[in-house]
Design a protein around this ligand. Structure first.
Ligand code: FMN
Ligand code: SF4
Length: 403
């Protein structure tokens, strides 16, 4: 057994048995109310049996206009949902696995047609891929309400028995929209300088600590978002320092915005068949255009390189300046790389998403040496499939009867 990888780690008041975490993965398995279902519980049991160090849930919405454009999002916006979450947590805890609830507001990265409400954002800038309408710029009162709802969501998670929460401030969701100068053009106390763009997060931490003490509140941030005049590593370093000051107990390092296409979850080839089958715009294309697009997809649809370990050097820079644990995600696929990341002090832990979709038992196999490399082929079909179905691995193939 690899002693570097399989050694315990303290994240705030939480101790996890080793350094491989399941990164938040939208499962699309909540019921219409946003409550967890038995189907979701089964996924977590498999991950727990597969001995992941901790499970970070798929993102849970803190209020209705921040709901995901994808089906079956978890919601944590009402006290009535607490008993269902408590049942889920109790079940996972029976397998001695920590469960962390990721909480989010999608901001402009959703669609009014799905939420039934106007989309909102720090500034009225349209998302080029997902918005169908221009979002409304949030008023100061709206922002206060959102902070309050994040804090209430943390309280509900605590009451339900979750071992902690993770604020989703990456991938272009609302908190990332505040952090990035690309999406935050505000001139008031919520925009402009780095500390003002960070203010919404600072307020969430301040109020959470006031109400729930040292209850673990982690965060997922972008090290860089690749948007014009967007967030760069220098700013992420500043944000990491501020996070440590406000009592954050662990930073997961990721990258990218929706608009970027396949920047956050990278793939060697554009998953064109999946785009044409599931994407809400492209699936309406007539067959001829779809055929043409197949031919030129790799040149017209952005997809970033490198495909593996792509946030590690950024995580390392963040780790150099903070004392709280740093977790890195993105294209990490084998035990040898995980060992090197930890050995070289680039991060305190790694997190995996796609490798645990294709095989929730991978960590146990790595631990025993039975399998040290993920069999995920990085086709990204699981990402596109989220538009219409619960999470599953497609292994680069659209099911019969589609397309
Ligand atoms: C199907 C799918 C669903 C995802 N859902 C979430 C999510 O709910 N919250 C989140 O922070 N990231 C989400 N991500 C991004 C992953 O957590 C991760 O940052 C990204 O996939 C890169 O890691 P990987 O190479 O291990 O897949 C999702 C990715 C995929 C493929
Ligand atoms: S569909 Fe399966 S093989 Fe393809 S990226 Fe997702 S988990 Fe990996």
């Amino acid at each position: 057994m690899d002693q570097v990888v399989f050694s315990s780690l303290k994240i705030g008041s939480l101790t996890i048995p080793h350094r491989i975490i399941r990164s938040a993965t939208h499962e699309g398995m909540a019921d219409e109310e946003g409550a967890p279902t038995d189907q979701l519980t089964r996924i977590y049991i498999k991950l727990a049996q597969g001995e992941v160090g901790a499970i970070i849930t798929g993102y849970a919405g803190i209020q209705p206009n921040g709901r995901s454009p994808f089906l079956g999002m978890l919601m944590i916006d009402r006290d009535e949902l607490i008993p269902a979450y408590r049942r889920l947590v109790d079940t996972v805890h029976r397998h001695q696995t920590a469960l962390i609830l990721q909480i989010a507001h999608c901001g402009r990265q959703t669609r009014s047609k799905i939420t039934g409400l106007r989309t909102v954002a720090p500034s009225a800038l349209k998302d080029k891929i997902y918005s169908e309408d221009r979002p409304i710029a949030l008023s100061e009162q709206d922002i206060e309400q959102i902070i309050d709802n994040f804090v209430k969501a943390i309280g509900r998670a605590k009451e339900a028995g979750f071992d902690g929460v993770q604020l989703h401030a990456a991938h272009g969701y609302l908190l990332a929209q505040f952090l990035s100068p690309y999406t935050n053009r505000r001139k008031d106390q919520w925009g402009g300088s780095l500390s003002r763009r960070f203010r919404i997060i600072k307020e969430i931490y301040k109020r959470s600590r006031r109400q729930y003490g040292d209850y673990p509140v982690l965060i997922k941030i972008n090290a860089y978002d690749n948007r014009p005049k967007g967030m760069r590593i220098q700013e992420a370093l500043g944000i990491a320092g501020l996070l440590e000051q406000v009592g954050c107990c662990g930073i997961e390092v990721s990258c990218g915005f929706y608009e970027d296409g396949f920047f956050t979850a990278r793939c060697p080839h554009v998953p064109i068949d999946a785009i044409l089958a599931y994407h809400f715009i492209y699936k309406k294309f007539p067959p001829f255009f779809a055929f043409m697009l197949k031919g030129i997809a790799d040149t017209v649809i952005p997809h970033a390189k490198p495909v593996y370990n792509y946030n590690v050097s950024f995580a390392r820079r963040i780790k150099e300046i903070v004392r709280i644990p740093v977790i890195v995600v993105g294209g990490i696929r084998n035990l040898e790389d995980i060992h090197t990341i930890l050995q070289e002090d680039s991060a305190d832990a790694v997190s995996l998403c796609r490798p645990l979709i294709i095989d929730p038992g991978l960590v146990q196999k790595m631990k025993t040496g039975k399998q040290t490399q993920s069999s995920c082929i990085d086709c990204c079909y699981c990402l596109l499939g989220m538009e219409q179905q619960p999470l599953r691995c497609y292994y680069g193939r659209i099911p019969m009867g589609r397309n």
